[in-house]
Design a protein around this ligand. Structure first.
Ligand SMILES: [Fe+2]
Length: 394
């Protein structure tokens, strides 16, 4: 939340809420305002990350000298992307989210086939899809989270592409990025693994560990991505970065370019985190899905040499200990899908219960509001620990 000084229209805002285009006039030191010699407009997300790293928690922004489209002439709150909210029920948003998933899969499927045939990628349809995705997240993020948690074993590339895009939008929104940035993140996420279409699918879907030679072959998807991106007109640098940086590592041991430290901007770092998280929590033909909690442990273990530690913790806070769409066991032995988390603390979502682990049988389907119930969440569980299929309850 921003403090403001009306007379000079200076706004004290947390660095986490800084946006490209804001004019930083001073930093906040021991709760007093200290003017800086290099005052100026934030031109890139790298500049924001630098402020993050320099331990500065708040800065003073001159609203009138900031980019006019941020609307800071009025207030920071007004500057947030405005998408009109219609009063809609969950059944409707869930249905819309399912339709969006079908639309996204169809579009990506079409583009993957065209890329396979050597045709250039058209950006325009992805812009429209990205806007629908952002609107859906703004309208009812819980519905989309729930629908995207539903995974099939045979559509990994499609679902992974959509989920990476969706997770980037969710994470970007959590970090208070503007709508234009969210759109670029979404497009980058949708296209991030497009190079895989040119990789041998038998190697790509091989159950078990890859040989050194096979691993080198899979890595080629990023070389192909460079070619595809260079032929794609109208794709922003940020969207390209998402695709070309999601396998880079902070210590320089990633690929395709072996970028190091500051060479990887914040959106590139976000793409690495999101890509790994989604891969771990997905069901594949050769592996079961990991629970979000187990995936978080792995993400943390990859810091700081591979992933950005601060961003990993932000991501965990953003997704939550019990993400919407994941399965949990309640203290009475019932199992359910985390159904709604908006406006609640992490431990008290609404849970859609449908099964009893204790009695090994289905129960009456019931939405349990943990803020009003004597039950609590005992633990998060992975779908593999159930001997039934939860799909019909999504
Ligand atoms: Fe990849």
């Amino acid at each position: 939340m921003a403090d403001s000084s009306e007379s000079v229209r200076l706004l004290k805002i947390p660095v986490a809420e800084l946006k490209v285009g804001m004019f930083v006039e001073a930093i906040d030191k021991n709760t007093s305002k200290v003017n800086i010699a290099n005052a100026g407009q934030i031109r890139s997300t790298e500049a924001i990350l630098k402020l993050h790293k320099s331990q500065i928690t708040h800065v003073w922004v001159n609203g009138e000298r900031s980019s006019p489209d941020l609307g800071l002439g009025r207030s920071v709150i007004d500057a947030k992307p405005v998408i009109k909210k219609r009063p809609v029920d969950r059944e409707t948003t869930q249905k819309q989210a399912k339709e969006l998933m079908v639309e996204a899969k169809d579009l990506i499927h079409k583009v993957l086939s065209e890329t396979f045939e050597g045709k250039a990628v058209e950006v325009q349809p992805f812009e429209a899809l990205a806007d629908n995705m952002i609107e859906s997240v703004m309208l009812d993020a819980d519905a989309l989270k729930c629908v995207s948690a539903l995974r099939s074993k045979d559509a990994y590339l499609l679902e992974h592409s959509i989920n990476v895009a969706f997770l980037l939008v969710t994470f970007g929104r959590y970090l208070d990025f503007d709508t234009d940035m969210l759109r670029q993140l979404a497009i980058g996420g949708i296209l991030h693994d497009i190079g895989k279409i040119k990789v041998d699918s038998q190697v790509l879907n091989k159950p078990g560990k890859l040989t050194a030679e096979e691993y080198e072959h899979v890595k080629l998807h990023q070389t192909y991505a460079v070619e595809i991106m260079s032929q794609t007109k109208g794709l922003s640098q940020i969207s390209k970065d998402i695709s070309l940086m999601h396998h880079e590592k902070l210590d320089g041991n990633g690929y395709p370019r072996g970028l190091k430290g500051d060479e990887i901007p914040i959106h590139g770092r976000m793409s690495c985190i999101v890509d790994i998280f989604d891969a771990l929590t997905a069901t594949r033909c050769y592996k079961e899905a990991m629970s979000p909690a187990a995936a978080f442990k792995i993400l943390i273990s990859l810091t700081p040499f591979h992933l950005d530690q601060k961003l990993v913790y932000e991501f965990i806070r953003c997704v939550g200990v019990y993400p919407v769409g994941s399965l949990v066991q309640l203290s009475d032995g019932r199992v359910g899908i985390v159904w709604a988390a908006k406006g609640r603390d992490a431990l008290h979502p609404k849970v859609k219960c449908f099964y009893s682990i204790k009695n090994k049988c289905y129960t009456k389907v019931e939405i349990v509001d943990l803020l009003r119930s004597s039950f609590n969440i005992e633990k998060g569980i992975s779908p593999r620990s159930l001997d039934i299929d939860p799909t019909p309850f999504y």
